[in-house]
Design a binder for this molecule. Structure first.
Ligand SMILES: Cc1cc2nc3c(=O)[nH]c(=O)nc-3n(C[C@H](O)[C@H](O)[C@H](O)COP(=O)(O)OP(=O)(O)OC[C@H]3O[C@@H](n4cnc5c(N)ncnc54)[C@H](O)[C@@H]3O)c2cc1C
Length: 430
């Protein structure tokens, strides 16, 4: 790796999108020119792909069979659609298979056959090495300047690398422990790009914790709704985990983006409530009848014993305590019809006031980033600065939980790398 050479392409960030861009650039160079190009990936960490390693709890949920556009969020979703028209999820899976990542499915979710994030990173590393991608790890880019059609990238350690093209693929601002501290935003803003402030998504919710703290560590499968007054904003069936600060678990993470979008520094712009429906309507009807039967047959039992066999003990006690606001030591014979209705109503909609989300530090993806329409959806090139490209999470695109964010990172990276190879053939090929 030479500091003097002017590289055809410098990629800042060796994550999912940057590595995809490097490999697709080299593939296209080889196809078109019969030789590899000169591409350098600069990575802040001591090795590439740290976020991929953490993905999907180490299993790496690569993509999804349900690629409806509704799973993506941006100020301009139609722009995202245009990119996917050029590199769709099928092309992403073919790209992954070509570099040695065959897939398997669990429902709609797509995983590597190995179910191992580490093997995904290995496949990328080998593909980069074999296609002569130069790697500069432990290099934290600090500034990017452009003069005489050449980009100069200066690192924190003072080293400078020059390139004809630059891809900013340094991710968003979530999970900074993995290297992503939002550096791309400041460079893009300095080049004149509009950048939406980053917010966390796929993140835990902070709620009134008077109940959740007492149940911390316990889980429930239920139907979760996020409401503002009577308006349903999001709905998800799945596991909910009670925690010291509020609620977590897959169903909660999935609706967290909606909360984040309503969250300002001063607090929520509208009141939000999470409502947990613990049983379906048919089950609720039979529970109502069962409670009536228990009151007649077991009137001498205490309230905390009412839902034995229906709900786990601790959850049942907290639910009854909050529903009726009466001591758990009262006899169930004292319950009125109104009390029974209140209990059933709470089982149908156990409500938690939402106060906000946990911070970017805990999130799996970033809402916000660089305004997408200032980039070409055909090439990923900046419309403001020729030769400058961006892909992945640094752009204002975030996906739902379920493989959507990695699919976006791969697709946008593939498109950027491929486009530059087509472009540099005309300009810098010798
Ligand atoms: C815990 C966790 C689990 C996840 N699980 C999944 C999942 O299963 N499925 C899914 O689809 N998505 C998942 N995601 C989201 C997904 O991993 C990201 O959206 C995706 O990796 C983004 O790709 P990227 O290339 O844009 O950025 P990243 O993969 O974050 O890569 C950016 C790279 O740039 C480097 N960098 C940053 N600043 C600099 C700098 N100044 N100089 C040099 N290098 C720099 C970083 O160190 C990093 O390696 C998960 C995220 C997290 C945090």
């Amino acid at each position: 790796m030479s500091e003097q050479a002017v590289w055809d392409l410098i990629i800042i960030g060796g994550g999912a999108s940057g590595m995809s861009a490097a490999i697709s650039f080299q593939k296209m160079c080889l196809d078109r020119l019969g030789r590899y190009g000169r591409v350098l990936v600069l990575e802040k960490n001591d090795r590439v792909g740290k976020k991929i390693l953490a993905s999907g709890n180490g299993r790496c949920n690569l993509s999804n069979h349900d690629m409806a556009l509704t799973h993506y969020h941006s100020h301009h979703v139609s722009w995202v659609e245009s990119v996917f028209r050029l590199v769709d999820s099928e092309s992403v899976l073919t790209f992954l298979s070509d570099i040695g990542i065959p897939i398997t499915s669990e429902g709609n979710k797509i995983f590597p056959m190995s179910k191992s994030s580490a093997s995904v990173v290995d496949a990328f590393r080998f593909a980069m090495k074999e296609s002569e991608v130069a790697l500069g790890s432990d290099f934290e880019a600090e500034t990017i300047e452009k003069s005489d059609d050449i980009f100069h990238i200066t690192g924190k350690d003072g080293r400078v690398f020059d390139g004809y093209h630059v891809i900013i693929s340094c991710g968003g601002a979530c999970a900074p422990n993995l290297g992503t501290t939002g550096d791309g935003y400041k460079w893009l803003a300095r080049f004149g790009h509009k950048v939406y402030a980053p917010k966390p998504s796929i993140v835990q919710l902070v709620t009134d914790n008077s109940v959740t703290k007492a149940l911390s560590g316990l889980k429930l499968d239920c139907d979760l709704s996020l409401n503002s007054k009577d308006m349903l904003l999001a709905h998800q069936y799945g596991e909910v985990l009670f925690t010291d600060y509020g609620l977590s678990g897959p169903a909660v993470l999935q609706v967290s983006g909606v909360v984040s979008r309503h969250n300002k520094k001063s607090g929520l712009t509208i009141p939000l409530t999470i409502s947990l429906k613990l049983f379906n309507d048919e089950e609720l009807r039979s529970i109502r009848a069962e409670i009536g039967r228990r009151i007649s047959a077991w009137g001498e039992r205490t309230l905390d014993q009412l839902l034995i066999g229906i709900l786990p003990g601790k959850i049942s006690s907290m639910l009854l305590k909050t529903a009726l606001a009466r001591p758990l030591s009262i006899l169930i014979a004292t319950l009125s019809n109104e009390d029974i209705e209140t209990i059933v109503k709470t089982l149908k909609a156990w409500k938690f006031e939402v106060l906000g989300t946990k911070s970017l530090e805990f999130a799996q993806t970033t809402i916000g980033g660089a305004e997408v329409t200032e980039f070409s959806s055909e090439t990923m090139e900046s419309k403001l600065v020729p030769g400058l490209y961006a892909c992945g999470e640094v752009l204002d695109v975030d996906g739902d939980c379920g493989g959507y964010n990695l699919t976006w990172a791969f697709a946008s990276g593939i498109l950027a790398g491929r486009s530059i190879a087509l472009h540099s053939e005309d300009e810098h090929a010798q």
